[in-house]
Design a protein around this ligand. Structure first.
Ligand SMILES: Cc1cc2nc3c(=O)[nH]c(=O)nc-3n(C[C@H](O)[C@H](O)[C@H](O)COP(=O)(O)OP(=O)(O)OC[C@H]3O[C@@H](n4cnc5c(N)ncnc54)[C@H](O)[C@@H]3O)c2cc1C
Length: 350
């Protein structure tokens, strides 16, 4: 969660609950092997010592906090329904039943939403992910990564605790091409662990917690930006409107900003069409900016290209330390490029 997304959670009274569960992230840090040179070093405090930081949370913690906030706000939640279509103000369910009729249907069904345009293709690289018990020796306030060119990448992100639990956890991830998933499954898990240890020996405490392939989830990434959030029957929010690789860590942030923008637009206009137009205007440029940045940055960390990895190491990395680059990069990571909150505030003030 970046500061912009935390602001949205504060607006619905859920920010402190997330902060209590999550881990404060002050820095994004990465070294390339074998040189061990630092090629990623973004610090939130490039804006000053009191600059807001990120907070990393388990996906389940974010879900629970949002679920509780929705219930407390009076939302009626009907679970266990698979949506397969929408028309005339009603959702169509896989069972053949339909929902009651609503004035507005909001599609927040994520990257594979059946109500949105399908992404043209998955990105070549995805990643193996696991939530594991935290290990001493790692920075509890940093996302740390190790790379070999851009072909290999391992990462450790502290993610705090799940609601009702005490143990501190980390998200551990390993970059993997979609077309290599079957070969990874066919090989022994120890062969894979040897590769990870060769890149980052200190991760042995995390790897000891992984016994079989199914202890890891393979996440495929896709990139899509629908030209508009408005389809014939629904309004899209979050990944169903725009999805990308998680390299910049913005997806949850963007989904929350969409939700706040939609609520703000609906609250500021009595005409539904005018409100939806306002929603699109508030979000469009921020989304385009971040979708473009993510599209451009992703190959620097996940690609076959030796040239792009070389440019990252020999050009981008040294330049990123020359002012004002540290502030610009901190703003990018914080979700602040394009001032998304100003766009919302200007509508609220009217
Ligand atoms: C591996 C990985 C790592 C990521 N890391 C980060 C990160 O560090 N920071 C960040 O900000 N973002 C990250 N993201 C992106 C982030 O998870 C998404 O951008 C964000 O969850 C989008 O929110 P959403 O509400 O639009 O969709 P989702 O969170 O995907 O929610 C969609 C919901 O709809 C439900 N659903 C889907 N289809 C149907 C259906 N047909 N019927 C009924 N229900 C349905 C799903 O079960 C789910 O509950 C990551 C994504 C991945 C895959």
């Amino acid at each position: 969660m970046q500061p912009a997304g935390l602001h949205v959670l504060d607006e619905i009274g859920a920010g402190d609950r997330i902060r209590a569960l999550g881990a404060v992230i002050e820095r994004l840090f990465g070294r390339v092997t074998p040189s061990q040179s630092v090629v990623l070093d973004v610090r939130y405090d490039a804006f000053g010592r009191d600059a807001p930081t990120g907070v990393a949370v388990h996906r389940g913690a974010l879900f629970q906090v949002l679920y509780d906030a929705a219930r407390e706000a009076g939302a009626e939640i009907v679970a266990g329904r698979e949506i397969v279509g929408a028309s005339d103000g009603r959702f169509a369910f896989a069972t053949g039943e339909q929902s009651p009729r609503f004035d507005l249907l909001i599609d927040a069904l994520g990257v594979r939403s059946p109500l949105s345009e399908a992404p043209k293709a998955n990105l070549p690289y995805g990643a193996l992910w696991a939530s594991l018990d935290w290990q001493a020796g790692f920075d509890p306030h940093a996302l740390e990564q190790r790379y070999e060119a851009a072909r290999k990448m391992a990462g450790v992100l502290p993610i705090g605790t799940l609601p009702g639990k005490q143990n501190q956890q980390a998200a551990f991830f390993w970059s993997l091409r979609g077309k290599d998933e079957a070969a990874w499954r066919a090989a022994s898990i120890d062969a894979w662990k040897s590769q990870v240890l060769a890149l980052w020996p200190e991760t042995h405490g995390f790897l000891d917690q992984i016994e079989r392939h199914d202890d890891l989830v393979f996440a495929r990434y896709a990139h899509r930006t629908c030209a508009s959030p408005l389809s014939q029957h629904v309004v899209h929010a979050g990944d169903s409107w725009h999805c990308t690789s998680p390299q910049l860590g913005q997806g949850a942030n963007m989904a929350l900003l969409d939700a706040l923008a939609l609520a703000t637009a609906l609250g500021s206009q009595s005409n539904l069409d005018a409100a939806l137009g306002e929603y699109e205007r508030m979000r469009l440029w921020h989304i385009r900016l971040y979708q473009t940045a993510s599209f451009l940055f992703t190959p620097a960390y996940q690609s076959e290209s030796t040239l792009i990895a070389g440019l990252r190491d020999w050009l981008m990395s040294p330049l990123s330390r020359v002012p004002p680059a540290p502030q610009i990069l901190a703003g990018l990571v914080a979700g602040a490029w394009g001032s998304p909150l100003n766009a919302l505030a200007s509508v609220k003030r009217r």
